[in-house]
Design a protein around this ligand. Structure first.
Ligand code: AMP
Ligand code: MG
Length: 492
């Protein structure tokens, strides 16, 4: 494996972008899981993936392949409040690998000990959040949502202090990059106080080269860059909404420039639908509630546009006009994409009636406490000729459910486009399996007791979310009232 080694394009940026830092030695690392497919796509040798060296490597104890760990610097708005210096407080970038499709991807350890950006923290990660991120991010990838990926999870053999003492763990994340809105904000703040540094331009050029090379074919590459990032985020958030996914902590440091879902902390999928639903124990105001995600996405992107202002035009007033016009494209783009997604989910043409029908459907779902995922799953089955009893069972008020279903049936039957095609579309977009919160909690609890069977099973079930499999009915179902998870905790 002589030619398999990490590259370090980010470390070739100016020193202000990062700090070299070493992982803390883990006392007794044990492998929980390695994602063999992803590892193979990244070029890891199959013999390495079967070797006993995995736990040492993915704990950071014995780095290899020219890994050269750095902690990345960034800033950000957390719940609306400005924090000028955040950075990787418990994570290290080992370097970059070019995957089988030619895409450069970061390999990043999370929970590997203190760095210069740790502030008061211990730099560690608990087993619960590591298992959660593994399950959730792999499920999102299987649901075709752009996301960072899970490469490996290990326990460190150390007990760390949280609300209670818990096992320490390390998660290895793969991402198209770790540049965040907060990285641009960090650069803009330095450029502001140290004129002439031009870190925003350096970062923008790096991002264009790595993620948006098409920008170089345009006359205004930085405008193109801003517009492209906004588009990717609008599409991403529309996909979240269509799955009932709540990110939970959409701070600007958790919004990635390549448009992947990143930083799975207190995130969750909605069971019983309500548009104001939130799970995160720290989101008291509902800032990042399900239906507020597009607003907060736009708020974050406005911070990005501010950081990019000096690159948009030499005249500040002109730059502001340009930024406002581009940011103004976010909501229409988001809304268009949401309508496309919703019309596919519901098997109806995306015509002038779709918006109204979508809104009234969400109102009915909320009023009747309908389970989000089962609703679309059972509607798909009904459209496929199955009895509608299962669908109606989801409504508290069965008459309201029947009324909604009659309205939908009429629309479904009278639409002129092929119903076979629409049904096929529904099957492609409406998952049977999602990592339901109560299942994730059960897998975590078992893991905390040293039993990873449920974790492995949950990862496996969610790797093929659209394929009906006999014997897995339990994984489809909503939680019982005892099983409902009302709050999730931040991933620290
Ligand atoms: P998050 O809310 O997970 O996106 O984290 C926000 C910031 O807190 C990031 O800069 C993290 O690196 C930092 N952080 C979170 N947990 C820890 C920890 N246990 N030790 C040090 N820094 C942490
Ligand atoms: Mg974060």
């Amino acid at each position: 494996m002589t030619d398999f080694s990490f590259d370090h394009s980010y470390a070739r940026l100016p020193k202000r972008f990062y700090s070299a830092s070493e992982p803390t030695i883990a006392p007794s690392p044990k492998l929980i899981k390695v994602n063999e497919q992803l590892a193979t796509d990244l070029g890891f040798d199959p013999s390495f993936l079967k070797s006993s060296e995995l736990a040492d490597f993915f704990s950071g104890n014995k780095l290899d392949f020219n890994a050269n760990p750095i902690a990345l610097a960034y800033a950000g708005h957390q719940f609306g409040g400005w924090v000028p210096q955040l950075g990787d407080g418990r994570a290290l970038l080992l370097g970059e690998l070019v995957d089988k499709d030619g895409i450069r991807r970061d390999v990043h350890l999370k929970g590997s000990g203190r760095t210069p950006y740790s502030r008061g923290g211990d730099g560690k990660a608990g087993l619960g959040p590591v298992l959660r991120e593994y399950i959730l991010s792999e499920a999102m990838a299987a649901l075709h949502v752009p996301t960072t990926r899970a490469l490996a999870a290990v326990t460190t053999g150390e007990i760390i202090m949280r609300e209670t003492p818990i096992p320490g763990a390390i998660f290895t994340r793969v991402a198209e990059s770790h540049v965040r809105v907060g990285t641009f904000q960090y650069c803009a703040a330095i450029d502001h106080s140290e004129p002439g540094k031009n870190l925003v331009k350096t970062l923008a050029d790096y991002v264009i080269d790595r993620h948006y090379p098409e920008a170089l074919d345009t006359e205004t590459p930085y405008q193109f860059l801003l517009r492209s990032i906004i588009q990717r985020q609008a599409h991403l958030i529309a996909q979240w909404m269509g799955l009932g996914f709540i990110h939970g902590v959409m701070n600007t440091d958790n919004m990635q420039i390549a448009g992947e879902t990143i930083d799975y902390g207190p995130c969750a999928f909605i069971d019983e639908f309500h548009p104001d639903k939130k799970f995160s124990s720290i989101d008291r105001q509902g800032r990042y509630a399900w239906n507020n995600q597009p607003n907060m996405g736009l708020w974050n992107l406005a911070r990005l546009a501010e950081a990019l202002l000096p690159l948009l035009d030499e005249e500040e007033s002109e730059a502001i006009k340009i930024a406002e016009a581009i940011a103004g494209e976010f909501m229409p783009t988001f809304h268009r994409r949401l309508l496309e997604i919703f019309s596919q989910k519901i098997g109806l043409p995306n015509d002038s009636e779709m918006d109204g029908f979508m809104q009234s459907t969400f109102i009915e779902m909320a009023k009747n406490k309908v389970d989000f995922t089962l609703f679309f799953r059972r509607l798909t089955q009904a459209a496929d000729g199955a009895s509608s009893t299962g669908l109606l069972d989801l409504f508290e008020d069965k008459d309201a459910g029947q009324k909604w279903l009659d309205d939908w049936s009429e629309r479904f039957n009278k639409a002129s486009s092929s119903s076979t095609d629409r049904l096929a579309g529904m099957k492609q977009i409406n998952p049977i399996y999602i990592p339901r919160n109560h299942r994730v909690e059960q897998a975590i609890q078992a893991g905390l007791n040293g039993d990873f069977d449920l974790f492995h099973e949950l990862v496996e079930v969610n790797s093929k979310p659209f394929e009906d499999k006999a014997g897995l009915e339990n994984y489809e179902l909503a939680p019982t009232s005892e099983e409902v998870v009302r709050r999730t905790f931040c991933g620290t």
